[in-house]
Design a protein around this ligand. Structure first.
Ligand SMILES: [Zn+2]
Length: 239
């Protein structure tokens, strides 16, 4: 009796592991490229004035990045979404409400993703093709929704951990210590955990860290591109 119960538990755990690892098939955390090129990504915006400060920093350095925007915040600050797109950065989907999508059904995930894609497309004229799951976590429902919408899930292999730090140096160091060619770097211009887009806190440490990261990596000969351009470079390397 005990053996049968144990076997059932083992089978259940094995199936769960299989389902959740399937949920991440097709997700990308980094790519293989020959040249020194990386993608900076900024999550949870728009969050003026920090999104604008990030845009100014990127413009000064002459580089392009990718912004994973929340639908709820895009709705509150459409001009900022437009400013990101007009500056030539990639606009991508980070769900509407920053819901944890580990156990979401397909229909709940579809609602989050479709609503945000429609909002962003309305503002920029372009349908986003990339999605980053809130908290970096997605389950089978989210995976099915991504497949239906033709969205690719983009994770990260380098993390500034800027939700833990209030000064720029540890954020910049965390990134600089682990960067390699083909990295996708996670930083934040906004906050996902606040319901009210107007109530967002400072991201000035992330903005300052970004300036330090760019300067240091440019000195090492790194180039910065959008996630879409990074994937194209990787595909070209594969050929
Ligand atoms: Zn987020």
């Amino acid at each position: 009796m005990l053996t049968r119960a144990l076997l059932l538990i083992v089978a259940l755990v094995v199936s769960l592991v299989a389902v959740f690892s399937w949920s991440y098939t097709g997700s990308i955390a980094s790519v293989e490229v020959e040249e020194k090129v990386i993608a900076l990504t900024f999550d949870d915006g728009p969050n003026p004035p920090y999104t604008q400060a990030m845009l100014d920093t990127l413009e000064k350095a002459g580089i392009k990045a990718t912004f994973f925007l929340m639908g709820r915040h895009a709705e509150a600050f459409p001009d900022q979404v437009k400013a990101i797109a007009d500056a030539g950065h990639e606009v991508a989907n980070h769900s509407y409400s920053h819901r944890l999508m580990l156990a979401s059904t397909k229909s709940v995930a579809l609602e989050e993703l479709q609503r945000t894609n429609a909002l962003l497309e309305n503002i920029t004229g372009h349908k986003p093709i990339h999605f980053r799951p809130p908290y970096g976590m997605q389950g089978p429902g989210a995976k099915l929704a991504l497949e239906q919408l033709g969205l690719r899930s983009i994770l990260m292999n380098v993390n500034g951990s800027d939700w833990e730090h209030t000064s720029p140096e540890p954020i910049a160091n965390a990134v600089l210590e682990s960067i390699t060619p083909g990295s996708i770097v996670l930083l934040h211009d906004g906050h996902g955990d606040v319901d009210d887009p107007m109530a967002q806190d400072s991201r000035s440490a992330s903005v300052e860290a970004t300036a330090i990261i760019i300067k240091s990596l440019q000195n090492q000969g790194y180039r910065f591109v959008t996630v879409s351009d990074l994937l194209q470079l990787a595909a070209a390397t594969d050929d």
